[in-house]
Structures are given as C-alpha cells and as structure tokens.
Design a binder for this molecule. Structure first.
Ligand SMILES: Cc1cc2nc3c(=O)[nH]c(=O)nc-3n(C[C@H](O)[C@H](O)[C@H](O)COP(=O)(O)O)c2cc1C
Length: 449
C-alpha cells in the first residue's frame, strides 16, 4: 500500500469539523510556517518538494509562486481553482466535501508564502452543497484564530472568501476564472501578461488547483525534501485520482505514483477490475480532454515497458502512442463501449462549453459534433472521418485558451486508435443502430437532439 498524505484521514468520524481535524494534527503546518519560517522559506520548501500543479498542466508550483510580481503597495492574490468541471474528474469535490479544513489549512500557508491577504475559492456552481461546508470550515478556523487579523501574533492578516461560479467549464481556465471573479463574462484573456504579473483586479495573482494547495500542508509538515522522495522522477508526492466508468470500484483514490496502470485498474485496493467480468477496451487516464488509449497502449508503452501511473509514463510515446495525467479523471471503457458514440458525447460537451470567443473553437466544435452525430446515426461518409481529422487539426493551437485543444485531442485520439470503428459505422449504418439501440430506425434522443 502506497503512502497517503491527503485523504488518509477523510474517513475519520467528525473530521469535517474543526475539533477532530485539529486533534488529528490539523493546522500544524500553519504553526510551523508562521512561527519558524519566512514566506520565502515556505516557497523554497514547495520548490524542493517538486510539487506539480494538479489542475491539469502539471506546471511546477514552486516555480509558479516565484514568478509572482511583488511591486510595493500593490495587493497580491491567491485564487483557489475549485471549478472542477472536466468530465470524469471529481477528486477536488471529495477533498472539499470530506476534509475541508485541509484545503483551508493549505490556503493559509500558501497565502502567507505569497503575501495574499484576501484569498478566494472559486467553486463550480453545480457543487451547490459544498460552499456551505467550506464556509463552515472558514468560520471555525477564524474562531480558532487561524484566520483574521494578526494571525498567531505575526502581524499577518488573511480572509478567505468563497465565490460560486454559474456552471461554465470555461471558468476553470485561470484567466476566464479571474474575469468571472471580477463579475464579468468568463472569457479567457490573452496571455501574456500572465496572472503572476496582471491577474485579479490587474494585481499579481497565483491561481492553483484545490489538490495543489492542499498538498502544501504535508510538504510543510514533512519537509519538501521528504515529499520529493515519495513517487518517482518528476512525479513527486501523492496524486488523487477519480476513477469511473466500467470498473468494479469507482471512487477517489490517492496513489504515490509508483504503481502501474494495470495495478490501478485490477487491484482490489483501487478500481477492483472491469465490471461484470468484461474485457478492458480503452481508457482516458486524465479527464475528458486527454487522448484515449486502447488497452494495449494503456498497459504497456510503445517501447513495451510497463505503463506506470505517473506524469512521465502516461505521456510516454507523445500523443501518437501516449496520453496524459491531466486532471486525474480516470475513465475506463469496457469491450461493449462504442468509441464513436463516446467521442460524440464529448464533442457535444465541448461545443456547449466553448465560450465562442475564437472562431476555430466556436465553429469547429459544432462541426465536429454534427459530423460525429451523423456517423453515429448511420448517416456518415468515409470522407467525414478525414474531414473530422482536418477540423480538429485546425482547432488545435489556434485559440486563445486550451479549451480548443481539449476539444480537439479526444477526437484526434479516437480516430488515430479506433479508425476501424468509425469506418464500421459508415459501412454498417443499420447494424450500428441495432447494436446501440436494438432497432434500426430507433430515434435516439441524444443523437436527435
Ligand atoms: C477549459 C479549461 C478548464 C480548466 N478547468 C480547471 C479546473 O476546473 N480546475 C483547475 O484546477 N484547473 C483547471 N484548468 C487549468 C487552469 O487554467 C490552471 O492551469 C490551473 O488552475 C492551475 O493550477 P495548478 O498549477 O495548481 O494546476 C482548466 C483549463 C482549461 C483550459
């Protein structure tokens, strides 16, 4: 069993409340950081830990913090990205729902390091019940003296605010999030300038994921050096994964990034194998935006090595033969799943969530959805598959924010690895409908919508 640093105590009765959390050692990192360390020393510790952002891109957190501009007399902000809207990803929800004080503790230490006196948690609107849990934890922490004015007599003041989003995936993109936090429509900003220079209210800002900020707590408690010893290579520490799809044990798991993909899927400690005794067909290992991998490339890399559950191994082979850790949403497909239908469902999501600012994304996501609907509905042509390929190529890299890439990559990977399945749909329109719905002329509401 690997080491657990984040959710190991999530099952302790009463841990959601302050008393139990504190009794279990909570807020020790705030005491340690504020009493014995300068803000720069906290940042150095995070650098030493090798922690990489858990929101998707995997950018080194300590490095991001060191980019924060510190002009005299200008406020700085820390913003916690709790938008978590990527299909298949629900790890941050688990952490906030079951062990909310861990996030609040991580926010206090991180705010101290960055010099943020007003820190925001931007949470997706659909997590309707979680802001109350967070606000309760914030008021408990404040009552206990961990928030407010002159914390621990250090002269450091901090308030944490919870802001609810209105339910838009694009508001998870950090600059769209900042626009939304400022009360505007959530359209991504052109970068540079990056938020570290010009972020919230034009002030220097760090935006980090929930899990990233929670990980600062064990880093300070055990030291950056100790944290870096857990895991492998540049995949240090532990990682939360939300596992779903055709597995026996869907849920949120914490791994130390030294286990293989095979172990993660088949071991009883994690996913417990494929449901109903079916065979593994494919998997999207890091949330809906990352490339799908067929079973053979999922369990072994193209070099024939065992594929491991860490950043480097999951991306081994590039996009042609690998994928990404992404946001940690591990979606498993069994042998009965239709990749075309699955890709169509994702395309529908991205079309709906495109903010419409950039034409390749605004127009392209709609075209992709329409073509995929046609293929799935038995109305596709062979040339549609090439057209689909062409459209995704024209979206990728041609938009202000990476939502365009996120929409293009699943389509590209599905065609790359499952072209025969697309061709089968074109060649067998009636069979395709019969297989999916039992009737050749069944009007599937999803396809017809
Ligand atoms: C369309 C889109 C949606 C995103 N959604 C999220 C999200 O829900 N949560 C998150 O932490 N990062 C999300 N990101 C990544 C953020 O822009 C940003 O990189 C991240 O919050 C940085 O935190 P980290 O360095 O701790 O990973 C999204 C990016 C894009 C392009």
């Amino acid at each position: 069993m690997g080491r657990k640093l984040l959710i190991d105590k999530a099952g302790v009765p009463g841990i959601r409340g302050y008393e139990v959390y504190r009794r279990e050692g909570g807020y020790a990192s705030v005491e340690k950081a504020m009493k014995n360390m300068t803000p720069d020393q906290v940042t150095d510790e995070v650098k030493k830990s090798g922690l990489r952002g858990r929101g998707g891109a995997g950018f080194p957190t300590g490095m991001k913090w060191s980019f924060l501009a510190k002009p005299e007399g200008v406020p700085r902000y820390l913003v916690c990205n709790a938008d978590e809207s990527e299909p298949g990803t629900f790890k941050d929800r688990y952490l906030m729902e079951f062990i909310p004080h861990l996030l609040i503790e991580g926010l206090i230490v991180s705010s101290y390091a960055l010099g943020s006196h007003s820190t925001y948690i931007y949470i997706r609107g659909e997590y309707a019940w979680i802001p109350d849990i967070l606000e309760q934890a914030i008021s408990e922490a404040k009552a206990a003296g961990w928030l407010g004015k002159d914390i621990l007599g250090t002269g450091f003041d901090l308030e944490i605010y919870v802001q609810r989003g209105a339910g838009a995936y694009i508001c998870g993109e950090e600059t769209a999030l900042l626009e939304s936090l400022e009360g505007k429509r959530g359209n991504p900003r052109i970068k540079p300038p990056f938020p570290a220079i010009k972020g919230l209210w034009d002030s220097p800002t760090v935006v980090n994921n929930v899990e990233t900020l929670a990980a600062v707590v064990p880093i300070i408690n055990i030291s950056g050096e100790e944290y870096a010893k857990i895991g492998v290579g540049k995949s240090t520490g532990t990682k939360l994964l939300s596992a779903c799809g055709n597995i026996n044990k869907p849920g949120v798991y914490e791994i130390d990034m030294t286990i293989s993909v095979e172990e993660f899927i088949y071991s009883d400690e994690y996913c417990g194998g494929i449901a109903n005794g079916k065979r593994l067909k494919a998997c999207i290992p890091g949330g809906s935006s990352v490339p799908i991998l067929p079973a053979n490339l999922l369990l072994k890399t193209a070099k024939g090595e065992t594929r491991m559950m860490n950043y480097e191994s999951l991306s081994d082979g590039g996009f042609a033969k690998g994928s990404m850790m992404g946001s940690g949403g591990f979606i498993v497909l069994d042998e009965d799943q239709c990749v075309v239908r699955h890709t169509m469902t994702l395309a529908r999501f991205y079309r709906h969530e495109s903010c419409g600012q950039c034409s390749p994304c605004r127009e392209g996501t709609g075209w992709m959805e329409k073509i995929l609907k046609n293929i799935e509905n038995g109305k596709g042509k062979k040339s549609d598959i090439d057209l689909l390929w062409d459209i995704q190529r024209k979206i990728e890299g041609n938009t202000i924010c990476p939502l365009g890439d996120a929409a293009a990559w699943p389509v590209a990977a599905a065609i790359r690895h499952f072209r025969d399945e697309f061709e089968w749909h074109v060649d067998n329109p009636e069979e395709c409908l019969r297989r999916n719905y039992g009737l050749a002329n069944y009007a599937d509401p999803l396809v017809a919508a």
